[in-house]
Design a protein around this ligand. Structure first.
Ligand code: SAM
Length: 266
C-alpha cells in the first residue's frame, strides 16, 4: 500500500485538530472541572489589577480562563477562538455559570476582517481593550512565525498603550530529555530529514489522547524579537515551576511551560 503523503501543517489543519471530538472533550472537561492553575492565578492577579476594564481572551477554547476570570470578579470580558466547536462549549459554559462573557468565533491572525474587531466596529476607532490573554500555548499553535507575529500585531492594535498581554509557551530545554530530543531534531533539520509536516525548526507535531496537536516551541530570543516587532514591550517571563507548585491534575493537563508578560507599547 502507498504511504500517505505528509503535508506541511496549515492553520486549517490546526483548526480541524481543535474541532476534533477528542480535543473538544479534553478542553471542555478542563473548563468545567480544572479551572485556573495556581501559576495562572498568580500572573493574572499580578498583571490584571482592575476588575472593571475590558479584557480580551484570545484562543479561549471551551472557556476555561474567561469563565474563571468572571468567577474572580472580572466584569468586562470578551473572548474568541477559531474552533467553532470550542466556541460553542465556551458559550454554553458561560451561560451555565451565568457569566456575561461575549464569545466570538474569530481567528487571531485575521481580526481586522472580523465584524466585531475590525477598526470600523467602533465609532471612535480607538483601541478598546485594557488587557489581553492568550493562555496555554494558543499563540504557539499558529503555524509559521510570520503568522504568530501577525496575531501579536492584531492584538496590539486592539489594546490601549500600557495594556498587559499574558501568554505561555513551552521551552525546548526545560528538562534533560527535551534537550536530548532537540539535539537530535537539530541534526535531522541540518540533514534535511525532519518530519515533512513541520515548517520551522522548533515545530512539533504529535498525537495523544486529545488528538493531533501542532505546536511551535520557541527560544527566548525569538519571543523577545517577536514582541519588539509587533508593538509589545517584554515585562517578565518565568517557568511555571518558578511561580507555583501545581496540582497533579494540572500537571497531567499540561507539562512545564513559560509565562510571558508584556505591555502594549506607546
Ligand atoms: C491549547 S488550547 C487552550 C484553550 C484554552 N485557552 C485553555 O487554556 O483551556 C489553544 C487554543 O487556541 C486556539 N487557537 C489556535 N490558533 C488560533 C487562532 N489563530 N485564532 C484563534 N484561536 C486559536 C485553539 O483553537 C485552542 O482553543
Amino acid at each position: 500500500m502507498a504511504k500517505p503523503v505528509l503535508r506541511p501543517v496549515t492553520a486549517a489543519q490546526v483548526r480541524r485538530d481543535f474541532n476534533d471530538l477528542r480535543a473538544v472533550v479534553h478542553y471542555t472537561k478542563a473548563a468545567h472541572e480544572l479551572g485556573l492553575w495556581a501559576s495562572e492565578r498568580i500572573m493574572i492577579a499580578r498583571h490584571f489589577t482592575d476588575f472593571t476594564v475590558p479584557l480580551l481572551e484570545a484562543g479561549c477554547g471551551a472557556g476555561r480562563i474567561s469563565v474563571a476570570l468572571h468567577a474572580l470578579g472580572y466584569q468586562n470580558l470578551t473572548a474568541f477562538d477559531f474552533a467553532q466547536e470550542l466556541v460553542e462549549q465556551a458559550v454554553f459554559l458561560a451561560a451555565e455559570r451565568k457569566a456575561p462573557i461575549t464569545v466570538h468565533h474569530a481567528d487571531a491572525t485575521r481580526l481586522d476582517e472580523h465584524p466585531a474587531f475590525a477598526p470600523t466596529a467602533q465609532a471612535d476607532r480607538s483601541p478598546r481593550f485594557s488587557g489581553c490573554l492568550f493562555m496555554f500555548n494558543g499563540l504557539m499553535q499558529i503555524p509559521l512565525r510570520r503568522n504568530r507575529r501577525r496575531a501579536l500585531r492584531q492584538l496590539a492594535a486592539l489594546c490601549q498603550p500600557g495594556a498587559p498581554l499574558l501568554f505561555t509557551t513551552h521551552d525546548r530545554d526545560h528538562s534533560p530529555a527535551e534537550r536530548t530530543s532537540w539535539r537530535l531534531e537539530a541534526r535531522r533539520w541540518a540533514e534535511g530529514k525532519q518530519d515533512p509536516r513541520l515548517r520551522e525548526y522548533g515545530d512539533r507535531r504529535f498525537e495523544d489522547e486529545c488528538g493531533d496537536t501542532f505546536m511551535h516551541l520557541p527560544d527566548r530570543a525569538e519571543i523577545l524579537a517577536d514582541l519588539a516587532a509587533t508593538g509589545w514591550e517584554h515585562h517578565e517571563d518565568h517557568l511555571r515551576r518558578e511561580l507555583a507548585k501545581e496540582s497533579a491534575a494540572v500537571r497531567a493537563f499540561s507539562d512545564e511551560c513559560r509565562f510571558w508578560a508584556a505591555r502594549r507599547s506607546g
